[in-house]
Each structure stands twice: as C-alpha cells, then as structure tokens.
Design a protein around this ligand. Structure first.
Ligand SMILES: [Zn+2]
Length: 436
C-alpha cells in the first residue's frame, strides 16, 4: 500500500508567495499552488503551516563527521589554532574505535535532522592505516540514508605527500565507496609538494570520474596560492563544475591586484567555493596582534564574479571548534556578519549559501520546491529567509520524502507585564527593499 500523500497548507515560500499549498506524493512534490487552485487530495495527511516559511532543507557543504562531538578528548585545543587542532586530532586517532566514531556521528545526524539539515558533505580522514573513520562513516551513510543524504570526501588530513601511506590509503578509501577526492595542499611540507599533491589528486579524480573538494589555503599567509593551481588543473583536465575549493582563507589577506586576476580564473573553471564562517573567524588571525584579520574568504566578490559560494559548518565540538549544534542558520548569520553582507539581497545570498548553493556543491538531484523535486523541506517559524536568519528560526517541522521526521514547538515566551500582551512575538513585518 502506498503511504498517504502529505498536504502542507497555508505556507509562505522563500520567493514571497503566501497562502500556498504543497502536495507531496510518493516522495516527490506533486503540486505547488495557491489554496483555491489546489483541492485537498483525498486521504492526505495535513500539515498546517499557519503562514510560516516553507523552505528547501538546509545543506552543509563542508563538515567533519569523524571528529564531531569529540571535544576534550584527550584535551582541549589551548592555542585555538588549526595546527594545534591537527596535532590534537593526531593524539586522539590511536584511541578511536569504529563504534565510538559511528555513535557520535549518528548523534550529530539526529541533531542535523531536527534542525532541518538533510544533506551533508563530510570529509573523512584517510591517514589511518586501519581506515577506521572511513569504515565507520560508510556504515553511518547507509544507516542514515532514509532521512539524511551523506556524501563523503577522502581527506588526507596529515598531507598526501607528508604522510607516507596517504596516497595508497586514499585510493583504498575510494575503492571502499568514498565519493569525492580531498586534499590539503597548504599543509604539505613545501609549496612545491602542495602543487604536486593537487596535480596527483585532480588526475586521480579525472581517471575515476569523481569530484574534488580540497581544503585549500586555510592560512592567513597571503602567499598561499594553491587555489590558482587547483583552477589550472580543473581547466586542464576538463573538471569544470566538479571541483570545490574549501576555506580559501589566504584570499582574505592577498593583494587586491592578484585577486583581480584570480577570481575570473575560478569563474572560468566553474569552480565551487565553500567558506566556513564560524571556523574561519575563530581559527584565523590567531597569530595577529591588532588589528586582527577576519580570515574568511572574499564571499561577496566571489559571488559577483559568478562563482558559486556555499557556507559550511565544518566542525561541531571537536579539536578545532568548541561550539555548534548543527544550526545552518547560525552558520549563515555568522557569514553575513563577517562579510558585512547586510543588504536585503546580500542576506538572501547568505541564506542561499546554506540551501541552494550548497546543494549545487554536492550536486544534489531534485533539490528545491518545484514540482518533481524531492519532497524534502523545513517549516521555519519566520515569514522570510531574512527573518529566519535574524531569529535563527525554530524548525517547526522537517519533512523528508513526504514524511514528517521532526517537529519542534514554536519559540515563544509568556509575559506578565502591565498593559502588554501576554506572549512575545519576535516576528516583524518589515518592508525590505535595497536602495540600488
Ligand atoms: Zn574542514
């Protein structure tokens, strides 16, 4: 017997249409129309949106599920730097078990679903002769598949050329079913080794028909220019649209004249970029006195150059970051602040960076609110994407393939004030128009 259809009634959509009905059937969106134009399908399960925002689900384009929730094991990162985080992860690795990694990753996936985050690209460290994390996350990927799309990147955390067995282990991880080729050129011993690692990894991806997503230039050193090499090999090997540069924090500190040449090269190679605002603002600039650099890559400039930019959460409660809760609205709101993307249209771009742009980085099929798309969505206690960002809106309901998989009570507070309403409403009907 087929499961009953789901009818979401009285929804506001991200494009501003109100009073909309969305009919989901057999896991797909069957119809999207105003209430008067779409009669209720017989036997449908109803979800009354009460005018709240129905959005495509959040997508995280950059995460580390193998280290998540390991904060404090075996100790906390005292300097707060990327390099101490890598050293700390190295201390923890020998103590890890497949079960513990899988258990923590599963718990994080629960958090993600509850927050309307239904697709994650996770890097997985392959610099471990036992490939424990790879095996654990491949198992997690299967277990969560009914409710969360997980994509894995073979990530040589200790350096492809710096860690003796990394090339063989990376190939083995791909053989086991890891989806994407990763890298970390700025962490190789020399810049020349970084360049060589990019050539090797891109050729491997081309041979196997895979995508590439490298941690690239995650440093404040303006002379870390591996992104240029990554764009070159993307062009040379015809990998257009399949290559992502993650972090690119050195671009924050580069000379403007160099960046003016670089951005069109990224656009020409149809590269994707992922910035990780929460992590970049906490890890970068640590060796600065004052003024302290922000470290995040040049998001508005990349977007203006026609490059697809997504935001990732990167870390939650691990050797690199002591905070987080799978909230992609927090990620986008931080990006909005760090990049000063304050106009209404720029706020919308930040929302896109954790929804449609991130879906494009992952190459997700059937993502969106159009007829024929997968019936995946999140109902937010907000009237617009901008308001969702401002409020880090409550996820009232999360739907996967036409089934409600999570619900949260609306956020409110009871008041007892003379002459005032007895409950708080944080929503405001703002007239938003950029003066341009
Ligand atoms: Zn990362």
């Amino acid at each position: 017997m087929n499961p009953p259809p789901l009818l979401v009634d009285n929804a506001t959509l991200p494009d501003g249409r109100t009073g909309m009905r969305v009919w989901a059937q057999d896991g797909l969106i069957h119809a999207v129309a105003p209430a008067h134009a779409l009669p209720e399908p017989p036997g449908a399960q109803r979800l009354d949106a009460q005018g709240w925002l129905l959005s495509p689900p959040f997508v995280d384009a950059h995460f580390h599920l193998d280290s998540t929730l390991s904060h404090g094991l075996p100790r906390v990162n005292a300097s707060g730097t990327l390099l101490e985080g890598i050293a700390l992860w190295g201390e923890l690795k020998p103590q890890l078990t497949e079960e513990a990694i899988a258990e923590r990753a599963m718990q994080y996936c629960d958090w993600a679903v509850a927050r309307g985050l239904l697709a994650i690209r996770s890097h997985v460290d392959v610099c471990d002769p036992r490939l424990l994390a790879v095996r654990a996350l491949l198992d997690v990927k299967k277990r969560v598949a009914p409710y969360l799309s997980l994509q894995l990147v073979a990530f040589p955390q200790d350096g492809l050329l710096r860690s003796p067995d990394a090339p063989a282990l990376l190939r083995q991880a791909l053989d086991l079913g890891v989806d994407v080729v990763g890298g970390i050129p700025h962490f190789e011993r020399t810049s020349a080794d970084g360049t060589e690692s990019i050539r090797w990894l891109c050729e491997l991806a081309a041979q196997r028909g895979l995508s590439v997503d490298m941690h690239c230039d995650e440093t404040d050193d303006p002379l870390s220019r591996h992104i240029e090499t990554l764009a070159f090999h993307t062009q040379r090997l015809g990998l257009h649209g399949r290559v992502t540069g993650s972090h690119l924090t050195s671009m924050h500190s580069m000379d403007n004249a160099y960046v003016a040449k670089l951005l069109p090269l990224l656009a020409e190679a149809d590269m994707q970029v992922v910035a990780n605002p929460l992590i970049n603002i906490t890890l970068q600039g640590r060796l600065d006195s004052y003024p302290k650099r922000r470290g995040m890559t040049r998001v508005p400039e990349l977007l203006a150059a026609g490059v697809n930019v997504a935001f990732g959460h990167d870390c939650v409660l691990d050797p690199w970051y002591s905070f987080g809760s799978a909230c992609m609205l927090e990620v986008a709101a931080m990006g909005m602040h760090v990049a000063q993307m304050t106009s209404s249209s720029a706020q919308r771009q930040c929302y896109d960076a954790v929804t449609v742009n991130a879906a494009r980085v992952l190459g997700l099929q059937g993502y969106g609110l159009e007829v024929g798309c997968r019936a995946d969505f999140v109902l937010l206690q907000a009237r617009s994407p901008e308001e969702a960002l401002r409020l880090r809106a409550q996820r009232l309901a999360v739907v996967r393939a036409g089934h409600v998989v999570a619900r949260m009570a609306p956020a409110t507070a009871e008041l007892d004030l003379p002459g005032r309403p007895n409950a708080v409403d944080w929503t405001v009907d703002l007239k938003r128009q950029d003066a341009d």
